[in-house]
Design a protein around this ligand. Structure first.
Ligand code: ZN
Length: 84
């Protein structure tokens, strides 16, 4: 019983955490996310987040005409970073 309550509490705080994170997400036309107030503008995979609520940092690949291609090595989602 004790462990079950602890487990539930843990799940609850996890949920709370992902809710807070979600509120900071900046969504883009392309399927990636950045976090509000993140100066580094790290890009996370919107597909992986939508599926498992996992924040997967996307690889940045220099692409044509100075554009940056974003690539998720988990689900192979890829897109071109939008102008911000
Ligand atoms: Zn992904």
């Amino acid at each position: 019983m004790q462990t079950e309550i602890a487990k539930l509490r843990e799940e609850n705080s996890e949920l709370q955490k992902s809710k807070e994170t979600e509120q900071r997400f900046v969504r883009h036309e392309q399927p990636y996310l950045t976090l509000e107030g993140d100066n580094q503008k790290i890009c996370y995979c919107a597909v992986c987040w939508g599926k498992d609520e996992k924040m997967i940092q996307m690889d940045r690949i220099n692409w044509d005409k100075g554009q940056i291609k974003l690539y998720c090595s988990v689900c192979e989602n890829h897109c071109i970073e939008c102008e911000q």
